[in-house]
Write a protein that binds this ligand. Sequence first.
Ligand code: ASP
Ligand code: MG
Length: 418
Amino acid sequence: MLVMKLGGASVKDAASVRNVVEILLNYNQQPCIVIISAMHKTTNELETLAKLAADGKESRAIEQFERIKNFHLEIVDDLFGTETQAISNILDAYFVEIQRLVEGILLLGEFPALMYDRIVAFGELISTRIVAAYVDWITQKCLWLDARDFIKTDMQYGRAKVIWTITGENIEQKLKPQLAAGKIVITQGFIAATLQGKTTTLGREGSDFSAAIFAYCLNAEKMIVWKDVPGVMNADPKLRPDAVKMDKLSYEQAVEMTFYGATVIHPKTIQPLYTKKIPLYVKSFNNREAEGTCISAEADDKKTPIYISKPNQIVLKITPTDFSFMDEEQVQYVYNKITFCGLKANMSQISAISLYLCFDDKASLLKDIEAELLDRFKIESQSGFTLSTVINFTDADKPSANFAPMVQFVGNKMCVVK
Ligand code: ASP
Ligand code: MG
């Protein structure tokens, strides 16, 4: 059993969709399911559409809607030529639904998370419909399935939590019997549904996680993520031109990398794969034969330094107003409040009377934390930092004497906020 995931860049235009067929035909000798994201940046475009409607910018919302529609219809025309009838009927129905949602948002003047999920889900629905129709047209052996029939979640729209037991049963009982060698089964990443059937999403860039959910529940032999890069790089080539591709990485290294800001795979992807020891291959769709990177229980024995940087960080220094020690009880109190605010620190350090926390800088973060803590603590904040992490660091990577508000060495890992 094989699970493959294709992201937005791998289906960004008609030529990429044609390339996808080649990939799928190469790998369908065994039962296989293919998880696909929205085409190119469609999720962002749908977000913009919802925002324009919520702000009452009706004519701009209509323009944006037309743009999204035409982008997809041009790909359809290119792929199917004069044979567009079947796919057009399906897409037309989707576009009518999107239009209704936009009208609803215009009336409301806002979009509740529930409506956000319904609208952005169309990115994946449209994309998989187009790809599946095209693959079936070429191969006559493609099946399109709705991921919402299998992946069930709670009602936290926008960042829904998977209900693993029911999802597992659905996949085992309803999906598995439909998979067979020679067949190409296509479904959506990112989207799921509540037990009542309402559309939810798993968080931005969540398609990798969707694929991992399928891989876990199907006890897949392996999972392959197709990307526009040769594999997992040891640094962002835009920041370090000497970046190299890693041949292999351990699950642990991969989790550390994604936690500290590497965007090559979604942070939640590794855990389900690790639990079942399913190897994850990251491969380039531009160079299908190349080896890519294998993430498994086996570590990279070359100890290649890995550089990750997470910009836009804010550092808070939290000090009890009565000058008492920042002891376990105080730290626990602060953490409870932070959890209550739905926030997660990227790094923390404790000194005698202060707790230093580093967060992704979000608009309401400081206000939310202050509302919970100002009765007992003084809060000083400074923003505009980058969290730089080096795994397998060497002396050369250590910060010079320059002031950095937070520096941490843990095992083979160094984190600097500067
Ligand atoms: N299309 C979704 C997003 O852009 C999910 C994904 O690409 O993984 O966030
Ligand atoms: Mg994406």
